[in-house]
Design a protein around this ligand. Structure first.
Ligand code: SAM
Length: 273
């Protein structure tokens, strides 16, 4: 790996990188691959949704992946859809082209990750080689990789485009606040199809309030590693309830208007604290 991004082994044997400027890791050190599978693929109900879509005679699950990063969440999405008869149609937003170049070259371990990640790398390589292409093949489905600031690339998607699942995985608000703003989260919410679910590692009151203010139902994401809880959101699904006290704080903050992070909202590196 590049000297600027230090590779770190995580507790489940998969590795991640640390960011060259602010030092946060791209995944939880409790297990990068575990986080991708449990926080994102399972949290956003990919397998269940794929089975529902298959019953409706639909062959594609549309995923919005905010923060491509190393592509582990995309690999977990491929794994979740295996055996469902539904292929992944992913739109992935990433502003760091140098990171994508690096990711496209490097194999990932362990084997269960590498088997799916090889498809992700091939798709990222193809997308970088054909920047004008809308979609490149991804394991029977497609990847639309949008390189640039997600606040712009999301807005530039065709107006009709909607998603069956959303992975919301920017770095924490302390170092990269842009993608946690109420405006951006409202734009994400506006792209969610009926029956869709969003998953994020953040459990910050302000993030939950922003999702609620955008008209979504907000629920509790499961414990993953040492991270006690994350957040789920959906336009219409019944989600695991937030503890009553949290739910009251979220409702108060959502109706308080413009939002903004307070000191008590601080969270650590992606998915850790
Ligand atoms: C925690 S990492 C994502 C890890 C990734 N989901 C994975 O599965 O490997 C956060 C990513 O969001 C990207 N990011 C942060 N701010 C962004 C922005 N405004 N627009 C697009 N991407 C952004 C970062 O460059 C970084 O790659």
């Amino acid at each position: 790996m590049s000297a600027h991004r230090i590779e770190q082994r995580t507790a489940d044997g998969s590795s991640t990188l640390s960011h060259p400027a602010h030092g946060q890791t791209y995944h939880s050190l409790d297990g990068a691959w575990t986080q991708a599978r449990e926080r994102y693929a399972r949290g956003a109900r990919l397998a269940e949704r794929a089975h529902e879509l298959a019953r409706l005679g639909r062959a594609r699950l549309r995923l919005l992946d905010v923060g491509t990063g190393l592509g582990l969440n995309l690999a977990a999405a491929l794994e979740a859809l295996e055996g469902t008869g539904v292929v992944l149609v992913a739109t992935s937003l990433e502003r760091d082209a140098a990171l994508l170049e690096q990711v496209a070259r490097e194999p990932r371990e362990p084997e269960s990750l590498e088997r799916r990640h090889a498809h992700v790398r091939a798709a990222i390589r193809a997308a970088l080689q054909a920047p004008g292409a809308v979609n490149v093949p991804l394991a029977g489905g497609t990847l639309a990789l949008r390189v640039g600031d997600a606040r712009e690339t999301l807005l530039a998607l065709p107006e009709y485009e909607r998603f069956d699942a959303v992975f919301l995985d920017p770095f924490s608000p302390r170092v990269e606040p842009e993608l946690w703003s109420r405006d951006f989260l409202a734009a994400v919410a506006g792209r969610m199809a009926p029956g869709s679910a969003l998953a994020t590692y953040s459990a910050a009151v302000e993030v939950r309030a922003a999702l609620a203010a955008a008209g979504l139902r907000v629920g509790l994401g499961a414990r993953v590693g040492r991270k006690r809880e994350g957040t789920l959101a959906s336009p219409d699904l019944d989600l695991p309830a937030l503890p009553p006290r949290s739910a009251r704080r979220v409702a108060r903050r959502a109706s308080a208007g413009t939002g903004g992070f307070a000191a008590g909202d601080a969270e650590g590196a992606a998915g850790i604290l």
